[in-house]
Design a protein around this ligand. Sequence first.
Ligand code: KG4
Ligand code: ZN
Length: 338
Amino acid sequence: MRILAIETSCDETGVAIVEDGRRIRSNVVASQLVHQDTGGIVPEVAAREHLRVLDALTEKALRDAGRDLTEIDAVAATVGPGLIGCLLVGANYGRGLALAAGLPFVGVNHLEGHVYANWLYELEGGEPPSDPPPEPLIPAVVLVVSGAHSDLVLMEAHRRFRALGRTIDDAAGEAFDKVARLLGLGFPGGPIVERIAKEGDPNAFPLPKAALADRYDFSFSGLKTAVLRLVRELEKKGTVPIADVAASFQKAITEMLAEKTARAAAEHAVETVLLGGGVAANLALREEIARRIGHPLRVPRPGLCTDNGAMIGAAAFYVLRHRGTEIPVAVRSDMKLA
Ligand code: KG4
Ligand code: ZN
């Protein structure tokens, strides 16, 4: 089963060709640079950008895969959650393409895409590897951490997710982005904070970690405010040691995420721990979680943690295989994982 998959929920336009939910034939991603000037995403601008590049990216994805539309079995697109205008562009484009080619259209939950990114693998020298990585074992505890979401879920079976906890205020990626802006580091903040933090001392400034005892929910707004206060104080004293602040913030947030993930893994009978979403690209987070769990940890490579079409192609395959009664097609900005 060969799926052409489209991702446009936020500020990345992605088109990919994925086989059997796992094998990436092609995966093109265009990151919108227009938002760097505004330091954040302007939804209407993002939607227009998706529309501008989708046709060319789709042609490139087919060309890279060495396939034409007649060799595609289904078209998939993200239908939520995300920015409504952006979702509508990708979903309508995908629906139109499917209709014109006489193919089924599959709507995909973006968060399921982040989970199923763990099922993907790449070609080697244009050919499928002789021993592809095994599928992740389920049940699994899954942490999806992105610019808009921080969800801790139990994946009981394919496409069966039970919510354990989620953020009650900011998403983890949003916290990275806000701290980066505070430190004058640019957007998106996560990768820059990670890079700068390498030069800093993570123990330079102790920062508060919201406890929310015996729950699996997260809260990052207190941490963000503490960083703001710290920076204002340091500014009064003279220069701000940016690397030390970044490292201290990264230590606090990764410990908060790792502590609950490890506890969830210990308290549920699971085979694996899976990570997904842009923040899962953070090496310090991976290491902190790996250190605390007794389970195998699976994390997509960084380029598959951030938004891309391949993860939507993987999830779409499992939607078709475990669809129940109907395939979702309607766009909804507030869709949940569980
Ligand atoms: O999954 P994603 O590409 O888009 C959403 O679905 O939101 O996640 C983007 C978020 C941004 O907030 C970005 O700052 C964060 O992921 N991010 C990172 C890293 N790379 C991306 N955060 C921490 N460390 C990173 N290396
Ligand atoms: Zn995402």
